[in-house]
Every structure is written in structure tokens, then in C-alpha cells.
Design a protein around this ligand. Structure first.
Ligand SMILES: [Zn+2]
Length: 377
């Protein structure tokens, strides 16, 4: 959808178009992020594999917009709730390869402030998007470019996603690891805290993420890379959190309800399929067993490695065990890229997943990091 004159027509009439599955992967000009349509929602639900349809009697995901801004719930398009970077382009506050002409990846939504005090500081309450458990609170703004941030995990969801709330001005007293929170419960106040470049008052925002945690052994991976700075956040370092487009989740929820996050993950577009002879079972797949395809074959015969399907922003969202016959003769820890959707990769060049060398696709730096994290040596 191009935001030409038609955009303002849609804005005025409350009509929306776009595809849901395109939200995470297609962030080209006028990408789908702001668009919504009950029709498309129904089409996307029709893509859900039969195994998931059987679960329609389960309680729906209870999802709450994390700020008091009513714009999304009122059906307004994304410029009404997204805080742009200094560029002024509202797309720069969306999820995806939306910055620096598409070369820079932004792993969340930047939600703008609607309330300010006399000094011009944001005062919007930030609330939990889902019921959950506080896993991590970082109250030292200088320790992360997230500034003050809170991470919740949502064990009742399948998969058990996390949500993250960053740049907070203050964190609600008593928020500490292990505390249970209700949907909408106040976690803190929107702000502009960050260890990085200062965020000016008029661009205070909530950086909001939804995603999965890559590895329990993140600290060891981080130390092995010699980044030259400490990691005070353990496994809740942002580098260990793989996000998906939160707006796509909210749009889907609004379009027709959301029975489980599996519906989101099972319909992500595949940008790349790799196979590896790494035989160990990553803690990732023990944490998120819903992402593992069950084949009906006894696990004992499936110790040859893994086939992993990855979306264009680097989320390993579908897994299959390989038999020893499938990787017979492979080197230990070998990785072979089997399939690539070159247009999806090109539309998300803020993520460096794969590159062509000598006529073959080989892992690029972000995919190499992911593989190292999933299969530590
Ligand atoms: Zn952000």
C-alpha cells in the first residue's frame, strides 16, 4: 500500500488494507504495518495448519495496548501512535529494516507520548501487554541503550513469548523479578532514558518488543565474542532477544482475536531454510517446543541435526529434527542453506542473514551469531 492521496482517504474513512503476514517481512515504502482488514485477518487464519484450528476452544490471548494512547484501538493508522526518529518519517518507529534507508534494523515499536508535565517530560503510564511474570528490571539507565527497562515473560502463552518495555522514566516501585503482573498493570512511566545518544523530550517514547529468548548460555557467548564492554543483563540482554513485529500481533488480535501465539509464528513468511549437522538440542527448542514439527518418527532415529526455518528478521520459527541419514557425510557442525527467498532478504537488509558467494548462499554475520548462540561450542 503506497501512502499517496489514498492514504488520507483511508485515514479519514477508517478503511484499511494490507496483509498481516507482510507486516514483519515487508517494510518497503508504504509497507503493511499500518494496515488492517478483517478480510485479510480471516485469510490469514485460514492459513493456520489444521493442528492449530482444533484449539479454537482455548482462551484467547488477552492483549492490551501498553500505553494510554487510544489511537490504535480507535482504528487510526500508525502515524497516530508511532514516534519517528529525528528523520520525522513515521515508518522509522516501526519494526523492521526501517532506518537509514533500510540498512538499519529496529527490533520493536516506538510508541509516542500523549501526556506531558509542565517541564515537557512524558507522563504516560506504561502497562503490561499481557499477564506475565517480571523476569528482569534494569533500573540503571546508563547500562543499556534501552535505558531503564523491564522484561516480562508470559508462561501462559504458547510459545511463552516475552515482552520488553524500554526507555522508561521510572519503574513502578516493587517491580522485581518473579512478580506476577496482570494485563495492563502499570510497570512504569514512559520516558527517554538510554545509555546511547540522548533522546530529546519531544521524542520520549516507549520502545516495545515481543519475541523469544535465544539462549540460556548467552553470557558465555557474549564473553567469547570479546565485545569489550560488560554484560550486566545476563540472558536479558537485548542481543539475546529475537523480536517479531508487535504491530502485526496487535493487528491480528484486533482483526479477529488471537487464540495463541502459535497462530502468529506458524504464519510467519520463511526467508531462509537451513540444515545443520549440529546434533545437540538447543535450550531454545526445549523452551519453545511448539515451534518443533513432530514427524511421528521416534526421536532416537533423528539425531542427525536440525532443519531451521528463519524469517527475514532472523527469528528461527520452525524446527524439524533431521535423521542421521539426512546429514550422513557432513562435517560436524556444518550449516547448509537449503532455500532462500531473496526478495524477502532484500527487503530486510538491516538484517544480514545470508549472502551469495561463488553462486551459493552462505550465512552472513547475523545468521552466524544466531547459530553460535543456538549451538554453543
Ligand atoms: Zn525503539
Amino acid at each position: 500500500m503506497r501512502r499517496g492521496s489514498g492514504f488520507w482517504f483511508w485515514l479519514a474513512t477508517g478503511l484499511w488494507t494490507a496483509s498481516l503476514t507482510g507486516c514483519g517481512a515487508d517494510q518497503g515504502p508504504g509497507a503493511a504495518a499500518g494496515a488492517r482488514s478483517a478480510t485479510n485477518g480471516a485469510q490469514s487464519l485460514a492459513n493456520v495448519p489444521p493442528g492449530n484450528k482444533a484449539r479454537t476452544s482455548s482462551p484467547r490471548v488477552e492483549l492490551v495496548w501498553p500505553t494510554p494512547n487510544p489511537a490504535f484501538d480507535e482504528g487510526k493508522d500508525f502515524p497516530a501512535f508511532i514516534q519517528p526518529t529525528a528523520s520525522g518519517d513515521p515508518r522509522s518507529g516501526l519494526f523492521g529494516s526501517v532506518r537509514s534507508g533500510g540498512r538499519q534494523f529496529h527490533e520493536g515499536l516506538d510508541l509516542l507520548a500523549t501526556k506531558h508535565d509542565k517541564q515537557g517530560e512524558a507522563t504516560d503510564a506504561v502497562g503490561a501487554a499481557l499477564a506475565g511474570v517480571v523476569r528482569y528490571v534494569s533500573n540503571s539507565p546508563g547500562n543499556s541503550n534501552y535505558g531503564r527497562y523491564v522484561v516480562l515473560e508470559h508462561p501462559q502463552e504458547r510459545p511463552a513469548v516475552y515482552t520488553l518495555y524500554a526507555h522508561l522514566r521510572e519503574i513502578t516501585p516493587g517491580m522485581q523479578a518473579g512478580r506476577q503482573v496482570a494485563p495492563g498493570e502499570r510497570l512504569g512511566t514512559m520516558g527517554r532514558s538510554s545509555s546511547g545518544a540522548p533522546i530529546p523530550k519531544d521524542r520520549a517514547h516507549l520502545h516495545f518488543e515481543i519475541g523469544l529468548r535465544v539462549t540460556d548460555r548467552f553470557a558465555a557467548w557474549y564473553a567469547s565474542r570479546g565485545f569489550g564492554s560488560p554484560n550486566p543483563h545476563g540472558i536479558w540482554n537485548g542481543m539475546n532477544l529475537a523480536g517479531l513485529d508487535p504491530l502485526a500481533v496487535f493487528i491480528r488480535h484486533q482483526a479477529g482475536g488471537l487464540n495463541s501465539f502459535e497462530e502468529i509464528f506458524s504464519t510467519l513468511p520463511a526467508a531462509l531454510v537451513l540444515q545443520t549437522s549440529h546434533a545437540a538440542e538447543p535450550d531454545f527448542i526445549r523452551r519453545y517446543p511448539d515451534l518443533l514439527e513432530t514427524t511421528g518418527v521416534a526421536d532416537a532415529g533423528l539425531a542427525g541435526g536440525w532443519e531451521i526455518t528463519i524469517n527475514a528478521t532472523g527469528l528461527p520459527f520452525r524446527w524439524r529434527r533431521l535423521s542421521t541419514a539426512e546429514t550422513a557425510g557432513w562435517k560436524r557442525g556444518e550449516v547448509r542453506i537449503q532455500k532462500v527467498d531473496a526478495s524477502l532478504l532484500a527487503a530486510n537488509r538491516g538484517r544480514k542473514l545470508a549472502t551469495q558467494r561463488g553462486g551459493r548462499w552462505v550465512p552472513d554475520e547475523d545468521l552466524n551469531s544466531l547459530i553460535e548462540q543456538l549451538f554453543p561450542r
